[in-house]
Structure formats: C-alpha cells, structure tokens
Design a protein around this ligand. Structure first.
Ligand SMILES: *Cc1c(COP(=O)(O)O)cnc(C)c1O
Length: 359
C-alpha cells in the first residue's frame, strides 16, 4: 500500500509517472536498455534531454533569451554557482534572509563577494516576509537574492517583489511548478528537483543568457552556466535518469492543464488545511497570513509531548513524515503538487480525531 508522504523532500511523485517509469524501466521505448544504462551522447538520451527542456520551456513560458540547464549538485551547489557566474562585475551581492536556506545561500555568496543581508525576518523567527523594493538594495550590486518559498518555516512571497532594474535571483526549490512565475521578472531561477519536479539529483537553472558571459575566473568549468548552455547541459555526464523522470513529470503537469490548473488545486489544498487549523483551538500555525506557503504547512498541538504522539500515530495511519524541521519543531505537512487532495483530506480527518482523543 502507498502511504500519504508529507516529506519536505525528497517527496511524493505522481503515481501515473512512477507507473510509466516502471513500465519503461528495463526497456526504454524498445531500445533494449533502461535510461540509467544509456550513453548521454546517444540519440535516445539526447532526445530525452531536448524534450525535458522543451517541456519545461512550454510549461513555464521561458523565452529563448533564457538558458534552461539541468545540472548536478542540488540547490546548495547553486548557492556558490550564482555568485561565481553572475557577480564578477562588482563582486557585490544583496540577500534577503527569510530562513535557513536563504542564510546558507548568503553565507556561500560571502565566500566570493561582498555579500550583504539587505533585509531579514529573523526578528520574528522567520514567520513573515519583509517588504522589499528597489530602495532596499545597495548601489552597484550584481544581483539581489531571495528564497521564494521557505520550506522549513512555511512562508512564501505573496507576490514577486518589484525591485526595479535590480537583477533578481530566486531559489524556487520548493515552489517551482506549483504556481505561475513570470520568468522575465527574474535574472535567474533555480531549484533542486526533489520537491516538486522529480527524484533528487537534477537541479534546474533558468538564467538570462546575457548575464552568463562573464563568470569569475575562479569559477570551475563544470559550474559555468555559459559552458553548460553551450553544451545543452551535457558538458559532463548529466543526471540522466532523474532528468528523464523530471521530464515525465513535466508532461504530466501539462496533461493536467499546466501550472495554472495545478496552482488552483494547490491553493485549494492549502486553504483547506489552514482553515481547519485556524478554526481549531487545538492546532496552531503562527505564520502571518499573507505569507503562508501553499507547499509547506507547519503546525503545532498544545504541547511537545502531543506533537510527538501526533507524528507517531499519524504514521501508523499511513500519514508519514509529518515531523517538523528541527529548527521549528512540531509538525510540517509538505503538500507539493504530487500530494493528492485526498491526502490532505485524510490528514484533516486524522487531525480531527486526534484532537477529540487528546484535547
Ligand atoms: C531543499 C532546499 C534547498 C536545498 O536543496 P539541495 O538540493 O539539498 O541542495 C535549498 N533551497 C530550498 C528553498 C530548499 O527547499
């Protein structure tokens, strides 16, 4: 039996995609081998790689003036690749600190640039998103960096901030494909695959092509966006299998009606859960309402003991990985695209029962 898996990542994949991958696993489209075994220089994989890019471009409406890269190393490697590629001119970067990943990105940029925390929500334990605009930033920065959805703290930007002419870079690891983005509002968007896109191993980078011609001289070749773009992400061996699965997820999202259709479902799923929490005297979520994430929903019961009991009993009922991040405690329900609405309904039903048993 498959469980409802509320893990923050790696997380659930759509069952129809898993079934298709299973069907194709040992003999991909009659070629006599699996995608895991084929050369990344062969015709089959080149087609998979091209289809992945084409599907993502269509889904997210990405113009040709942006490169779309499928790389290794996770979002964490991009924390370094971004300053190394995009900050050679002034070596000066501004970061908005809205949680743990934003802070890690900032600390990594500080290794290579004059990095500055231009705003932060640490004063209220990252339960909101600071208001920012063009005036938030220093003069002559190469870019400003935000983390759009804060996976650990359950916050997100309610809209893309208007930063004027400042080049905006966004970590969208836990919200890519969950809501519409206007790609041209950004200089660069990047995301590890393992939340909304596919298995861990592929990292997506969407970056304005006019910005990638001037990496720092110390930037490793394999991390150079220009090099990877010129080689269609095949400069070195790419994460073949995970990119293939990601591409199947792209096709699946398209079949559901694209990102707008999926976003509607996501908003409905999240609203149900928040409404239930807000109407209960037993559960609480303390994120300021406009900034509540539609992907990651942290919540607590009245005590740590009950939190622990909740996580244990939920798992016994097929609702797994609900333990909150160690920085926040309590519970966290990650309800990414692949979490069916029935999973959220099952969680709410369990929460009701747990409340009546323990209140
Ligand atoms: C998970 C996550 C990361 C880290 O991704 P890795 O692939 O483990 O490097 C970075 N940023 C955000 C917003 C995340 O959710």
């Amino acid at each position: 039996m498959r469980v409802y898996n509320f893990s923050a990542g790696p997380s659930m994949l759509p069952l129809p995609v898993l079934e298709k991958v299973q069907k194709q696993l040992i003999n991909y489209e009659g070629c006599g081998m699996s995608v895991m075994e084929m050369s990344h220089r062969g015709k089959q994989y080149m087609e998979i790689n091209a289809a992945a890019e084409e599907r993502l471009r269509k889904l997210m409406n990405i113009p040709d003036s942006y490169a779309v890269l499928f790389l290794q190393g996770g979002a964490s490697l991009q924390f370094a690749a971004i300053p190394l590629n995009l900050a050679a001119t002034h070596k000066k970067t501004d970061y908005i600190i809205t949680g743990n990943f934003a802070k890690k990105a900032f600390q990594e940029a500080a290794l290579y640039t004059d990095a500055f925390a231009a705003a932060s929500s640490a004063d209220k334990n990252f339960t909101y998103i600071p208001q920012i605009d063009a005036k938030t930033f220093r003069k002559d920065i190469d870019y400003a960096h935000i983390c759009y959805n804060n996976t650990i703290f359950g916050t997100r930007y309610d809209k893309t901030p208007n930063v004027g002419k400042v080049a905006l870079v966004a970590d969208v690891s836990s919200c890519i494909l969950s809501q519409n983005f206007n790609v041209t509002d950004f200089a660069c968007l990047y995301a590890g695959a393992q939340k909304n896109v596919g298995p861990a191993g592929t990292t997506i980078v969407i970056v304005r092509r006019d910005l990638i011609n001037n990496p720092m001289s110390i930037c490793p070749n394999v991390m150079r966006y220009k090099t990877q773009d010129e080689n269609d992400s095949l400069y070195n061996t790419p994460p073949c299998f995970t990119t293939y699965v990601a591409s199947e997820v792209f096709a699946y999202v398209e079949s559901l009606g694209g990102i707008s259709a999926v976003e509607k479902i996501n908003v409905r799923k999240a609203s149900k859960l928040y409404d239930f929490i807000d109407n209960s005297a037993f559960y609480a979520n303390n994120v300021e309402k406009p900034y509540r994430s539609i992907m990651n929903v942290p919540f607590v019961t009245p005590s740590k003991e009950l939190d622990e009991k909740f996580v244990k009993e939920a798992a016994a009922n097929g609702l797994v990985s609900l333990k909150g991040h160690r920085l926040v405690g309590g519970m966290r329900a990650s309800i990414y695209n692949a979490m069916p609405e029935e999973g959220v309904d099952a969680l709410i039903a369990f929460m009701k029962k747990f409340e009546s048993d323990n209140a």
